[in-house]
Design a protein around this ligand. Structure first.
Ligand SMILES: Cc1ncc(C[n+]2csc(CCOP(=O)(O)OP(=O)(O)O)c2C)c(N)n1
Ligand SMILES: CC(=O)[C@@H](O)[C@H](O)COP(=O)(O)O
Ligand SMILES: [Mg+2]
Length: 642
């Protein structure tokens, strides 16, 4: 077991109230110990390291000054919440982070009263905090009471429209509300966009102590030692073109920037604001992502997410890979098409590395657009690019595309614009858990008129689907693929354009047919090997398309077998539902066809390995085999037929 750091003061902190006994000097030491404990814990679990290290001092200061759980501390995205978890009664389980039956890697209401609001998708914290503030003032009731509402939001997350919708509303409502802008000049990748440049201009070249306190009276919110500097800063501000910060224009008092690693600044500012704030206030805190751990500070992503690692060397312990990831296969295939067709361009919403578009950006910088955390804009921007005659590949994680759904419907589908949706992280994703599961895209896309929806069974199929999407100019088209490695099949030299709406036969069998959509096909084939030992040979087909369906293939499978099973890595309402609808409409059930649809269960599956999550979902080879036996009425030893 790796050595645990010595943490004499932190050992005395079981709940945040324990911090109140400490002097400011001791709180500084608690922060140091908390940083060491965070590094130690993440070294054995892996996870989001850099963001948490950047807010260690802020976490201690907030909990020392405010009174959680009565005061509602809401972490945006909440990938920075590990230090918060350690000092809110979960230290004993911190080395179970992101594992099956362990602590979630994000805040979660069901996990602790100190997590008043769950998150994992970004830019929700100000809206939620404003809701708490209004509930407090209108006599709302929670078991812990309702005090201050404090949102901590990063500079990357601040770029999303939703954050500004909340600021706009909060400035209007004028409730006491505290927003802490944690500005580390980083998103997952270096942040992009005009807001990022604006934030940099707010503090460029000035010492932290010279607060730009709000022209509208925030100077009075500052503790004495800071007032003089603040007044000087205010004078300076008057001379600047901005005249006041954007946040002030939105109705917030603005305090900052302050050094988020200096408890000597954090504690007095927070105490004064707690004592005096009346309306909405934004505190601009400057931090370093990865602070205090050299390998994270040095890393390109500032230690945003890491595998397990050696604390001394920082070396990550990654399992060797046997096949390229789906992400890399997509990225390489897209590059090959982009080399032939200069109309191809690519859009990512703050996930260049995660979607593989970092490679595209390197090769074709003028045709690659990182729009920041702005999925709604990213989708409609892609629609505009398509309307303008380009061929945009809008690459987003399934779970984040949810945020741009109206744009998919209203701006893309209704106008039949040929946006190519490359949907990564489809299905269950593992350690990030339910918030990041790509469970719904088949259902929410396949119901849209004119939308083509594909899923590759393996990485070679993905290459064909990229080619198919590149060639498809008639309307929107989507292909979805999972997190992680492919299955290790031979790769085609170039992608082949698939016939829209046509599936393929994999093996001919009898009695039961299994129609797979996506990468469960390898589990189906494993199940078939086990069934072969029992003398059962199912027919297996790969649907390739959930929309449009291969009507001929479906009707043939229905006609030639006594049972048909569909399987997909998606929630109910997707592929299987569309198959059932078609078969019902065609009368295929009128003569006794047995039909089963294997989909994700109607629960949010908690984090575990992808394999274990699929076991919970009942979509692994053993479950498929059991389903085949059950539908054929062949009881397994110790089991009933279904
Ligand atoms: C809606 C949405 N899109 C994308 C992401 C992926 N994501 C997680 S953290 C992150 C960067 C956040 O940057 P910032 O808010 O500055 O926090 P930092 O990591 O710098 O502390 C991104 C893009 C997300 N969680 N939610
Ligand atoms: C917090 C967040 O949303 C991202 O950091 C996410 O965890 C990335 O997931 P991948 O590891 O699948 O890229
Ligand atoms: Mg940031």
């Amino acid at each position: 077991m790796p050595d645990r750091p010595k943490t004499p003061l932190l050992d005395q902190v079981h709940v945040p109230a324990d911090l109140k006994r400490f002097s400011d000097a001791q709180l500084r030491q608690v922060a140091d110990e908390l940083r060491a404990e965070t590094i130690s814990a993440v070294s054995v679990t892996g996870g989001h390291l850099g963001a948490g290290l950047g807010v260690v001092e802020l976490t201690v200061a907030l909990h020392a000054v405010f009174d959680a759980p009565k005061d509602k501390l809401i972490w945006d995205v909440s990938h920075q919440c590990y230090p918060h978890k350690i000092i809110t009664g979960r230290r004993d389980r911190i080395r179970t982070l992101r594992q099956k039956d362990g602590l979630s890697g994000f805040t979660k209401r069901s996990e602790s009263p100190y997590d008043p609001f769950g998150a994992a998708h970004s830019s929700t914290s100000i809206s939620a905090a404003l809701g708490f503030a209004v509930a407090r003032d209108l006599g709302g009731v929670t078991p812990e009471g309702l005090g201050d509402a404090i949102a901590v939001i990063g500079d990357g997350s601040m770029s999303a429209g939703m954050a500004f919708e909340a600021m706009n509303n909060a400035g209007h409502l004028k409730k006491r509300l505290i927003v802490i802008l944690n500005d580390n000049e980083m998103s997952i990748a270096p942040p992009v966009g005009a807001l990022s440049s604006y934030l940099s201009r707010l503090y460029a070249g000035e010492p932290f102590q010279e607060f730009k306190a709000a022209a509208k009276g925030a100077v009075s919110l500052l503790p004495e030692p800071f007032r003089e500097g603040a007044k000087r800063a205010k004078e300076m501000l008057k001379g600047m073109a901005v005249g006041g910060t954007l946040f002030e224009e939105l109705g917030f008092s603005y305090v900052g920037p302050i050094d988020g690693h200096d408890m000597g600044q954090l504690l007095p500012v927070l105490r004064t604001i707690k004592a005096r704030a009346t309306g909405p206030i934004l505190i601009h805190v400057l931090t370093k992502k990865g602070k205090g751990y050299a390998p994270a500070e040095r890393a390109r992503d500032r230690g945003h997410a890491t595998a397990k690692f050696d604390v001394v060397t920082g070396e990550q312990k990654k399992a060797p890979s046997n096949a390229p990831s789906y992400t890399k296969v997509f990225a390489d295939a897209l590059l090959a098409h982009a080399a032939q067709d200069d109309k191809i361009c690519a859009v990512t919403a703050a996930m260049p590395d995660g979607t593989g578009l970092n490679l595209f950006a390197e090769r074709y910088p003028s045709r690659c657009f990182d729009v920041g955390i702005a999925e709604q804009h990213g989708v409609t921007f892609s629609a505009g690019l398509a309307a303008g005659g380009l061929k945009p590949f809008c690459a987003m994680y399934s779970t984040f595309l949810q945020r741009g759904y109206d744009q998919v419907v209203h701006d893309v589908a209704i106008q039949r614009l040929p946006v190519r949706f490359a949907i990564d992280r489809a299905g269950l994703v593992g350690a990030d858990g339910a918030t990041h599961a790509g469970s719904y895209d088949i259902a929410y896309l396949a119901n849209l008129p004119g939308m083509v929806v594909m899923a590759p069974a393996d990485e070679a199929e993905l290459v064909h689907m990229v080619a198919t999407a590149a060639a498809h100019d008639e309307g929107p088209i989507a292909f979805r693929y999972p997190r992680g490695e492919g299955v290790g099949v031979d790769m085609p030299e170039r992608g082949e354009v698939l016939e829209i709406g046509k599936g393929r036969m994999i093996q001919q069998g009898k009695r039961v047919a299994i129609l797979s959509f996506g990468t469960r096909l390898s589990e189906v084939l494993t199940a078939c090997e086990a069934l072969a030992a029992q003398g059962i040979t199912p027919t297996v087909a790969d649907a390739r398309f959930a929309k449009p369906l291969d009507r001929d293939l479906l009707l043939k499978l229905a006609a030639d077998h006594e049972a048909l099973i569909t399987i997909e890595e998606g929630a109910v309402g997707g592929f299987g539902s569309h198959v059932a609808q078609l078969l019902a409409d065609e009368g295929a059930f009128d003569h006794g066809l047995k039909f089963r649809s294997m989909v994700l269960p109607d629960i949010f599956v908690d984090q575990a390995t992808q394999h274990d999550m699929y076991a919970v979902a009942g979509l692994n080879a053993a479950d498929i085999r059991a389903k085949v036996l059950a539908v054929l009425g062949i009881a397994q030893i110790g089991e009933k037929t279904a």
